[in-house]
Design a protein around this ligand. Structure first.
Ligand SMILES: [Zn+2]
Length: 217
């Protein structure tokens, strides 16, 4: 009897919306990042539905049916952020969400690192500068994926970098003689890579890091 009861209970899951595609009429295909995977669901249009948007964190119930290959997205509850009316923060958050979707879209099963990283960003955005928060989180992502080049070998000539560092997409490091771009002191780059902190960077330098990040994760 107890087993029967348990089977019937529908447990909500949590996810962060990484992508929304409009299909016929007002129906949507929604891709969510949950703790363990990217989950794609179908949402029928209906007046009673609450509005959803890119980057929202939601509670939801996936409803499976033999009629459809995708589960239905049901019983959506928007879990708001304290900064959700700060347009600047929302815009920067959504830019990162789009980049993250491109980065993860072909992977089904994921380490919970990604979901936890987004939760950490959500929390930090309450008090901190959004571009700095995202750059610092991105450094954690690079380290997690084994792509943080903290040995400071130039990706072009492969020799050690002594002084100035020029960054390329994915924060690849190069000599200023090998690559044209904004030069950073190596000392602050070491701090950035080691501590995952932008504290030693001024706003203009943060802007450069942000532009490089936007080229793709
Ligand atoms: Zn070089």
């Amino acid at each position: 009897m107890l087993i029967f009861w348990l089977k019937r209970v529908k447990y909500p899951m949590q996810g962060i919306i990484l992508n929304i595609v409009k299909v016929k009429e007002e129906d949507l295909i929604v891709t969510l990042l949950t703790k363990k995977r990217l989950k794609t669901l179908y949402r029928f249009y209906g007046a009673r539905h609450s509005q959803i948007n890119l980057g929202y964190k939601i509670d939801f119930i996936p409803v499976y049916s033999t009629k459809s290959t995708l589960p239905m997205l049901r019983e959506v509850l928007h879990l708001g952020f304290p900064w959700q009316f700060d347009r600047d923060k929302v815009y920067i958050w959504q830019q990162f969400i789009k980049l993250l979707y491109k980065h993860l879209k072909d992977i089904d099963e994921l380490d919970e690192f990604y979901f936890l990283l987004l939760e950490k960003i959500i929390k930090k955005l309450k008090k901190q500068n959004p571009k700095r928060v995202i750059i610092e989180a991105y450094l954690e992502l690079l380290e997690f994926e084994g792509r943080l080049h903290d040995d400071f070998h130039c990706f072009i000539c492969e020799n050690f970098i002594e002084e100035k560092v020029v960054l390329k997409r994915s924060f690849l490091v190069a000599h200023d003689r090998c690559l044209i771009g904004k030069k950073f002191d190596k000392a602050i780059m070491i701090e950035l890579f080691k501590e995952k902190s932008t504290l030693l960077f001024d706003d203009e330098e943060v802007e450069t890091l942000w532009e490089i990040l936007q080229e793709g994760l």
